[in-house]
Structures are given as structure tokens and as C-alpha cells.
Ligand binder design. Structure first.
Ligand code: SF4
Length: 347
């Protein structure tokens, strides 16, 4: 027990120190009720209805990525398994979840950090969640777990996949990994992601061996000093690379492309205020994604800022509702003609 307390103190220190390194000035959310998830919402994709749930836990231990304020929705302190199990119970008592229980095809589990980091996300709560998924969602086809690569543990994944097989419908495991930028220097030196291509490629091998799937999160224009064209080119290179890895390893990959918003309390907000940064245009997001047409890659565009953008920091400009609608329809259909329509509307 004493060991547990010491560990949680050291995680707390790590979180605090890491988020200070980039002079982030957001506060953690200590006022949140720890028996309630931080957030949840539904998405429509070509795979069917998706439930996206963000559990409220101790914040991401890495916490240093340049434009990220996701930890602002989390606690600096440890959240124990009893509270996290109560979050799971809360989720499955929600009428909007239970009404969709027969149609939900995919659940994405997040804690704005790493679900596979057992120091911040309780293993007991994760097993409990999987049991509830098997009990309540008989048509679940994919369970997606967000994590940094260093917390991926082969034995743990094998166990989770076995548990998922016991559900009424075979459920595939998907690992959702934050990549953010393709360019090595931008990803690791500027954005401070701490992810090498070698780490990613070894994960592809593991995922392929077990027949799992991968989702890769990228941010379009994630740092100041990057032109709109350079941001599109970076995504084109990312698409080429992911297609190559998917073919080489034989693992299905979904590209989750998030247009970057200026997150409050980060260096991006400061740069936006000083005129050194502007979020990408939706038309450029369409231009980036169009490169995946006819390739072995599915694409989902992350079109919500989850309430984390600073004022004026969103990638949706006034009057861009029709463009947004077309991109949302693209998510449901994978119809690339819609991306061309977005480019034509831009004129
Ligand atoms: S982007 Fe992910 S890994 Fe990086 S600080 Fe944010 S939550 Fe942590």
C-alpha cells in the first residue's frame, strides 16, 4: 500500500514537471466528480455508430507535447479503481448509451493520455469496462484503446483480445496512437512527441501478428512556423508512409486527421495571439485527405475541438458550415468526391 502511495506521488510529480516544461499555463480539473467520465459523445463513420468516451483519470504522464492541453480535463492526482468503475457504471446507465446498445459498432476509449498506462488508468477498471462491453454491446465490432507506444504490453493485449472474443460478436482490438506530425524534426524536436518511426514500425509488427488494427492520430499544421502548403505536404508524406507500413505488415490502418486548433494555455495560443500561428483551413484538410483516395487506408477527420480551443483558435471559420457538413458526410461514407466538392467550394 505504501508502495502504491509513493508511486502515485511520483506520477503526480512527473505530470506536474512535464506540463511545466513547455510553460503550459492551464490548470488541471480537480473539481470534476471522479465517479463521472470526463466526456463522451457519438460519432458516425463508415463503420457505423461510434461511442467515444474519455474517462477521468490522472493526467498523461508525458504531458509535454507542444500544443496539447488534453490534461486540463484530467486530475493531477491519482484516481483509484473504485471511482473509475463508478465511471463505467455511470456510462452504462445513460439512456443515450443504452438506447444505442444494439447499434454501437465501435467504442473508442480515451483518458486524454494512455489507457494502457496502468499507473494512470486502473487495470481493474479496464477489465471491468471490457466485461460491461461484452454484457451490453452485443454487436460491438471494434474496441479502440488510445495509448502512447511505450505502454503497449504484448501480454496485456493478448489478454484483452481474448476477453473481447467472448462477446456475442467477434470484436477486434484497435490501438490508437498519437503521431501528430510526420516530419521527424517537427514531431520530436518542435512538438516533443517522443515517438520514433522504429518504435511505430515495431508496433505495426506486433499488431499484425495478432490481427489487431491501428489508428494513427495526426494533426494538420501542429506547430507555429509551418505554412499551409507545408502542412498539407506533411500529411501527404504521412499517407504514403502509412500505406507502405500497412502493405508491408498487412495490418489495417485508419488515419485520424485532426485539423489543429489553438488549445488554450499552450504555446499555440500564445503564438496565435502574437500573429505567428493560424489554424489550417478546412479546404486544406480536404486537400490533405484527398491523397488517400484509392489507397489502402481509411480516413476519419476529427472535426471537433472538444471545447479545448482558445477564443478565435478554432479551424472552423465563420460561414464554413457547408464545408464542415461535407467533411462530416465524408466521415460516414469515405466518398472522396466530397473532398473535391470542398475544394471547388473554396473557389
Ligand atoms: S498529445 Fe497525448 S501524449 Fe502528448 S501530452 Fe497530449 S495527451 Fe500526452
Amino acid at each position: 500500500m505504501a508502495g502504491d502511495i509513493r508511486s502515485s506521488e511520483s506520477v503526480e510529480t512527473q505530470v506536474f514537471a512535464a506540463s511545466g516544461q513547455d510553460q503550459k499555463d492551464f490548470a488541471f480539473d480537480e473539481a470534476h466528480d471522479p465517479t463521472r467520465p470526463a466526456d463522451f459523445w457519438f460519432q458516425e463513420s463508415d463503420e457505423g455508430t461510434i461511442l467515444f468516451v474519455v474517462f477521468y483519470t490522472q493526467a498523461c504522464r508525458w504531458s509535454r507535447c507542444l500544443g496539447c492541453n488534453l490534461p486540463a480535463r484530467m486530475s493531477q492526482r491519482h484516481v483509484g479503481f473504485r471511482n473509475m468503475m463508478a465511471q463505467v457504471d455511470f456510462l452504462f446507465a445513460l439512456p443515450e448509451v443504452m438506447e444505442r446498445r444494439l447499434t454501437l459498432r465501435k467504442v473508442i476509449v480515451s483518458n486524454n493520455g494512455s489507457v494502457l498506462d496502468e499507473r494512470t488508468f486502473s487495470s481493474t477498471a479496464l477489465i471491468y469496462l471490457i466485461a460491461k462491453l461484452n454484457l451490453h454491446l452485443p454487436n460491438l465490432a471494434v474496441l479502440s484503446l488510445e495509448s502512447r507506444v511505450e505502454y503497449v504490453d504484448e501480454a496485456e493485449l493478448e489478454f484483452i483480445a481474448r476477453a473481447l472474443e467472448e462477446g456475442d460478436t467477434p470484436t477486434k482490438l484497435e490501438l490508437a496512437i498519437g503521431f501528430e506530425a510526420f516530419d521527424d524534426r517537427i514531431r520530436n524536436e518542435v512538438f516533443k512527441k517522443g515517438l520514433s518511426l522504429a518504435q511505430f514500425e515495431s508496433l505495426c509488427g506486433l499488431v499484425a501478428r495478432y490481427g489487431f488494427r491501428l489508428k494513427c492520430y495526426f494533426m494538420q499544421k501542429p506547430v507555429p512556423g509551418m505554412s499551409d502548403d507545408a502542412a498539407v505536404q506533411d500529411m501527404h508524406r504521412a499517407i504514403d508512409y502509412l500505406c507502405g507500413q500497412s502493405r508491408r505488415h498487412g495490418c489495417p490502418i485508419n488515419l485520424h486527421l485532426n485539423p489543429t486548433y489553438a488549445a488554450f494555455g499552450t504555446a499555440l495560443e500564445r503564438s496565435l495571439r502574437q500573429g505567428g500561428y493560424s489554424p489550417p483551413r478546412l479546404a486544406d484538410v480536404a486537400r490533405a485527405a484527398l491523397h488517400a483516395e484509392g489507397r489502402p487506408l481509411s480516413v476519419f477527420l476529427g472535426l471537433s475541438d472538444e471545447g479545448l480551443a482558445c477564443e478565435g483558435g478554432s479551424f472552423v471559420r465563420p460561414g464554413e458550415g457547408p464545408l464542415l457538413e461535407k467533411l462530416e458526410t465524408f466521415n460516414r461514407t469515405q466518398d472522396f468526391a466530397l473532398l473535391r466538392e470542398v475544394l471547388a467550394l473554396r473557389g
